[in-house]
Design a protein around this ligand. Structure first.
Ligand SMILES: Cc1cc2nc3c(=O)[nH]c(=O)nc-3n(C[C@H](O)[C@H](O)[C@H](O)COP(=O)(O)O)c2cc1C
Length: 330
């Protein structure tokens, strides 16, 4: 699987997830056998363009998380291009992504992310300026455009003309949020009219789902979000399964939490490490029927290591259930 000149070791990609896919988490995924491409958290173009990304923990990278994609969100063509140029200058990233998918929080309020799908001229100018500064592959991650008709086909045509090297399609519209299931048929439609690689995304909850998405839609690669937060080892399971080896026995989730804590503790101060552990614990606890109780109890622990011990006490006692994962946040 290639995007532009970049070869991915596997067609299985870790999704960008704000506050969660930081360098320590990506290294954790890598330690479990790794994926084909690791996305950063979404990076705010204004912040990257106006500060020194070399000193910004959001732009930090791990030791094993390669190849890497940096995702930028914003709406001002010059600012977005400046941000890409600075990120490229760090020499840490192999691919750059422009966010046309976010539909929550600050970016949604500013009219960034998926809202830009209503402003194609603006997107064209952003991509033109981005292309002019980038040597590495340029990708957009988008949602299904809103409204009936051929919006998806129109966007495929535009994006091919505007020089993107691949598209990640999260198969929901802006208004869907997570409230309705992903519409994989949209990935199939997009793939049938877009000549470059298409990465399918949305509701892959098991290794079997990933292969079904590829078979059913013809997409070239699969991106996994929530299931990778719940099971950072899912990419190893997926590679094993794709080679006909079945799904391996799950690891001890308590030990995975402990390793995550070690990794965040080496990169962040105590306060930030605790915040990041809470965010991860929210997801990994969702593997278990009493996960909400485990999570809330752990959040009352006085420090990072007490929190780890509490989580280990709960999680190491239980076997991780078989796939599919069932995230609360749907
Ligand atoms: C907590 C969380 C944070 C996310 N942050 C981002 C982000 O920063 N950029 C982005 O393009 N998508 C973001 N997404 C969307 C995911 O990348 C992905 O498109 C979505 O979760 C669907 O994939 P899944 O069904 O495998 O989870 C986020 C999703 C979640 C759950």
């Amino acid at each position: 699987m290639k995007i532009g000149a970049l070869s991915l070791p596997t067609p299985y990609i870790l999704a960008p997830m704000a506050d969660l896919t930081h360098a320590p988490f990506r290294d954790l995924v890598a330690e479990w056998g790794g994926c084909g491409l690791y996305y950063t958290e979404m990076l705010n173009a204004r912040i990257v363009a106006s500060s020194d990304p070399a000193r910004d923990s959001y732009c930090a990278v791990g030791t094993k998380d390669t190849p890497r994609a940096a995702q930028v969100v914003g709406d001002d063509p010059a600012v977005v291009a400046k941000a890409f140029e600075k990120l490229q200058g760090l020499g840490r990233f192999d691919l750059f992504d422009f966010n046309l998918g976010c539909s929550r929080g600050g970016p949604a309020r500013y009219g960034w992310g998926a809202a830009l799908l209503n402003w194609p001229d603006r997107v064209r100018e952003i991509l033109r300026q981005a292309r002019s500064v980038l040597r590495a592959p340029l990708v957009v991650k988008m949602r299904i455009p809103e409204g009936e008709g051929n919006g998806l086909e129109l966007w495929a045509e535009r994006l091919a003309q505007w020089g993107v090297d691949a598209v990640v399609l999260h198969a929901r519209s802006r208004r869907d949020l997570f409230k309705r299931p992903a519409r994989w048929e949209a990935i199939k439609r997009f793939k049938s009219v877009f000549s470059k690689p298409v990465v399918g995304n949305g509701d892959v909850f098991s290794p079997e789902d990933a292969l079904n998405m590829m078979d059913g839609t013809g997409c070239d690669a699969v991106m996994i979000g929530r299931a990778a937060l719940m099971r950072p080892w899912i990419f190893a399971d997926l590679s094993h399964y794709a080679q006909g080896g079945g799904v391996p026995e799950p690891p001890d989730a308590g030990a995975v939490v402990a390793r995550y804590a070690e990794l965040v503790a080496t990169r962040f101060d105590e306060h930030e490490a605790v915040r990041r552990l809470r965010l991860f614990a929210f997801w990994i606890c969702q593997n278990f029927s009493y996960g909400a109780h485990y999570f809330h109890t752990a959040c009352r622990a006085p420090d990072l290591w007490a929190m780890v011990e509490t989580l280990r006490g709960f999680l190491s006692r239980e076997r991780v259930p078989d796939y599919p994962v069932r995230p609360f946040l749907m």
